[in-house]
Design a protein around this ligand. Structure first.
Ligand SMILES: [Zn+2]
Length: 463
């Protein structure tokens, strides 16, 4: 997943017959492309990056917020940099790679200081105001989170996001809420664990002890892992060994069913706030607001040697991309009929963009991605690209026809020129031969003249 790379400045795309006026070189920038997993419209990658580049204040403003840094020995250098680049934030300044000092700036200033500077955002009220524009791209959880942040921004108008989430009152409250949720999950899990233990009792005392250890591990997963596509699978894997040792078939089946009854945690604003506060990273929250940003999703996961190339990718919102993890595509297709529909919907939109000449350098993407999807889905998913191929064939044929005609025209012109050239060469030859004759005659006459003059001269002198 790569969302936050180099920062660009682009203006909002203006539309023309349903398509933006500009052309795209990356499918992640197509406005409102539907996510391949949840089908929701995604926020173009550049727009997210553009937002993120704007919420980091200049180094000069950061230093005002970080008075405690005054005691470090690198402070003077920071001040000099802030003076030299008064409008730039630390990222922009670091990107200059210091023509200013002999050593790159990031080598001269300790990383933890740079991270502290990077964690400074504008005041929460300004950030929250800017975020309102992206509401249509936010999940229920994020809308709830934004509402909570809005309340805090009103309560603490001069604080940054980081100052708010690490405020003892705020952090304490959300920490308690997370604790309560974890307690609820524990109560729910314990009910299932008890029924599991009843089955294990029949297998002897040792088995029950083994199960208790296993359940403790499971509880930790349940309390800390939010809903991924493979959460159920993850829990099944935990018990796989144990189940294989249950001799009674009926009991084994009963046990398997119980595993499916285990609860699991969902992402919620409290978890997001606590985690961001503990990591001292306000961006932990901000990135969350952008969880519907268009990201490249490796069909064959990177961890299984899936390459970082166009043909191995479809596009998912950041949230779905994270949740997919490395779940095999075969499972995704089998688990939800919608998945195939959304993948097709997205590919169709991409194909329309290519056909319109709005997406460049993707001409072979539909065929290639079809092949990858077919292979990775265990030969169950076939992307429909007929319409695209037909249109591309028509376009190619028209192009060939156009080229043929212009070849024919050029041929005709060449023939004409050749004819004219032949005529000219003939005329040139005739003139050449005439010229030669003239020259010969000229020399002959000149000799004759000299001869006569010589004779006359002799006549006059000796006559
Ligand atoms: Zn999605």
């Amino acid at each position: 997943m790569q969302i936050f790379g180099i920062l660009f400045n682009i203006s909002q795309p203006s539309f023309e017959a349903g398509y933006p006026k500009r052309v795209f070189y990356d499918a992640r920038d197509i406005p409102n492309l539907p996510c391949a997993r949840c089908g929701k419209k995604m926020l173009p990658k550049l727009e997210a990056e553009n937002f993120l580049s704007k919420i980091r204040p200049s180094l000069r403003r950061c230093l005002k917020k970080l008075q405690s840094l005054k005691d470090i020995k690198e402070y003077q250098l920071l001040e000099e940099l802030a003076e030299k680049y008064p409008r730039e934030n630390i990222d922009q300044i670091l990107s200059h790679q210091s023509s200013f000092a002999s050593k790159p700036i990031n080598k001269q200033i300790p990383e933890f200081i740079i991270n502290r500077i990077k964690a400074v955002t504008f005041n929460a009220s300004a950030v929250v105001r800017k975020l309102q524009k992206y509401r249509k791209y936010m999940s229920e959880t994020n809308l709830e989170l934004l509402d909570i942040m809005e309340i805090y921004a009103k309560k603490y108008p001069n604080l940054t996001l980081l100052e708010i989430i690490t405020h003892p009152e705020v952090y304490g409250y959300h920490k308690r809420m997370v604790k309560m949720e974890k307690d609820t999950l524990e109560v729910k899990s314990q009910r299932v664990f008890k029924r599991m233990e009843r089955i294990a009792e029949k297998m002897g005392k040792g088995k029950n002890e083994e199960l208790k250890v296993l359940n403790l591990e499971t509880l930790r997963v349940i309390q800390n892992r939010t809903n991924y596509d493979d959460t159920d699978e993850c829990l099944e894997n935990l018990y796989e060994d144990f189940i294989s040792k249950i001799n009674n078939r009926k009991d084994a089946d009963k046990f398997k069913k119980l595993v499916k009854e285990l609860p699991f945690a969902k992402t919620n604003p409290h978890r997001i706030i606590v985690k961001a506060a503990e990591n001292h990273s306000p961006f932990g929250i901000i990135y969350h607001f952008f969880d519907r940003t268009n990201t490249f999703e490796h069909i064959k996961p990177k961890s299984q040697k899936g390459v970082n190339l166009q043909h191995n990718g479809i596009y998912m919102c950041a949230d779905c991309n994270t949740k997919r993890g490395t779940t095999p595509y075969k499972k995704l297709f089998l688990k939800s009929a919608d998945f195939g529909t959304f993948v097709q919907k997205q590919a169709s939109m991409i194909m329309r963009y290519i056909m319109r000449g709005k997406l460049i350098r993707y001409d072979f993407y539909p065929q290639e991605v079809k092949k990858t999807l077919y292979e990775e889905s265990g030969h169950i998913f076939k992307l429909d690209i007929k319409k695209y191929l037909k249109s591309q064939i028509e376009k190619s044929q028209a192009e060939i026809q156009k080229r043929k005609e212009s070849c024919k025209k050029a041929d005709e012109e060449l023939r004409q020129i050749k004819k004219e050239l032949t005529n000219l060469i003939q005329r040139q030859n005739a003139l050449n031969s005439n010229q030669a004759k003239n020259n010969q005659k000229l020399i002959y006459e000149e000799n004759k003249l000299n001869n006569y003059r010589q004779s006359l001269h002799e006549e006059e002198n000796y006559g």
